[in-house]
Design a protein around this ligand. Structure first.
Ligand code: GUN
Length: 286
C-alpha cells in the first residue's frame, strides 16, 4: 500500500482564498487586519520563517509590519515594544518569533502580549482556553494539523492518536486538540519506554520532535495517518545533504501508512495559513 499524500500547499491555497475574501470584507468595513512580527537576533531559520509570514500577509490582503532588532536588544526594550504594539489600533495580532536570545525570558515576553492579540496562541490565557475548551487562539502548527485531518474527512472519535513530542508549541496543544475531537490520546516523549509499542497501536501518529527518522516503517500500523511536523536538514555526507526533511522516514513510512504529510509542503505552509486565520479572527472579534 502506498499512502495518499495530504498536500499542505494545496490545502493552504484553498484556505488562504477564504482568508483573502474575509480580509476584503473587513477592509470594506474600514478595518485592515494587521500582524506585527517581531524578530530579535539573526537566527537564519527564523529570518526565513518571518519573511514567509510577512509575505503571506501581503499576498492575502493583511497588513503586516516586521520589526527586526539586533540580538543585543534588552528584555526591557522588547517588553516596551510589545506594550506599544498592544496599544496600536492598526495591529490585531502580535508574533514574537522564537527562539529569543538567552538573556531574554521568552515566557515573560509571551505573557506581556495582550491575549486578544496572541495569534501564536502561546499565552497562558490561550493555553488555558484550549485546555478547558473555551474560545481562544489555538497554536498555529497543531491547528494546521487538525485542518489537515479535517481535509481528508477523518473522524477522530474513538481513534487512538499518538503524539510524539511534548513541546508547549506543538505536542501538548496537539494532544488537547485531538482529545477535544474525542480521540484517545497518548503523549510520548524522550522518557517514553517503548515508543514503537505505542505507535504500532496508533490510528494517527503526529511526530513533533525535531529529529530525523523518529518514526520508521516498522513502527507504523498499516493504514495509519501520519502527520510529520519535523523540519530538519539532512546532514553533510549523507544522501540528499542539505535538503529539508521531517521527523518521519518518509520513503519507508509511505509504504505502510494510509495517509502521510510530506516535508516540505505539508505542515509548514499550514502553520502560516493558520497564523493568517488567527490574525483575521483577532480583527473580526473587535
Ligand atoms: N518558532 C518556531 N515556530 C514558531 C512559531 O510558530 N511561532 C513563533 N513565534 N516562533 C516560532
Amino acid at each position: 500500500m502506498t499512502a495518499q499524500l495530504i498536500d499542505g500547499n494545496a490545502l493552504s491555497r484553498e484556505l488562504r482564498t477564504h482568508v483573502a475574501e474575509r480580509a476584503a470584507v473587513l477592509r470594506r468595513r474600514g478595518v485592515t487586519p494587521g500582524l506585527a512580527v517581531v524578530l530579535v537576533g539573526d537566527n537564519a531559520a527564523s529570518q526565513v520563517y518571518v519573511r514567509n509570514k510577512v509575505k503571506a500577509c501581503e499576498d492575502n490582503g493583511l497588513h503586516s509590519v516586521l520589526e527586526h532588532y539586533p540580538a543585543s536588544l534588552s528584555e526591557a526594550e522588547l517588553l516596551a515594544r510589545v506594550d506599544a504594539l498592544n496599544r496600536d489600533a492598526a495591529i490585531h495580532g502580535i508574533l514574537v518569533q522564537l527562539p529569543l536570545p538567552p538573556h531574554i525570558d521568552a515566557q515573560k515576553v509571551i505573557e506581556s502580549i495582550s491575549p486578544a492579540k496572541d495569534v501564536d496562541g502561546f499565552h497562558v490565557a490561550s493555553a488555558g482556553a484550549l485546555m478547558v475548551g473555551q474560545p481562544g487562539f489555538w497554536p498555529c502548527t497543531p491547528y494546521g494539523c487538525m485542518k489537515m485531518l479535517e481535509s481528508i474527512g477523518y473522524d477522530l472519535r474513538g481513534k487512538h492518536a499518538v503524539v510524539i513530542g511534548r513541546s508547549n508549541i506543538v505536542g501538548k496543544p496537539m494532544a488537547l486538540m485531538l482529545l477535544q475531537k474525542n480521540a484517545t490520546v497518548t503523549l510520548c516523549h524522550s522518557a517514553t519506554k517503548d515508543l514503537k509499542a505505542m505507535t504500532l497501536q496508533a490510528d494517527v501518529v503526529v511526530a513533533a520532535v525535531g529529529k530525523r527518522n523518529v518514526l520508521t516503517a516498522d513502527m507504523v500500523k498499516p493504514g495509519a495517518v501520519v502527520i510529520d511536523v519535523g523540519m530538519n536538514r539532512i546532514p553533510a555526507g549523507e544522501p540528499g545533504e542539505g535538503k529539508l526533511c521531517g521527523d518521519v522516514d518518509f520513503d519507508g513510512v509511505r509504504e505502510v501508512a494510509g495517509y502521510i504529510t510530506p516535508v516540505p509542503g505539508g505542515v509548514g505552509p499550514m502553520t502560516i495559513t493558520m497564523l493568517l486565520v488567527n490574525t483575521l479572527e483577532a480583527a473580526e472579534r473587535l
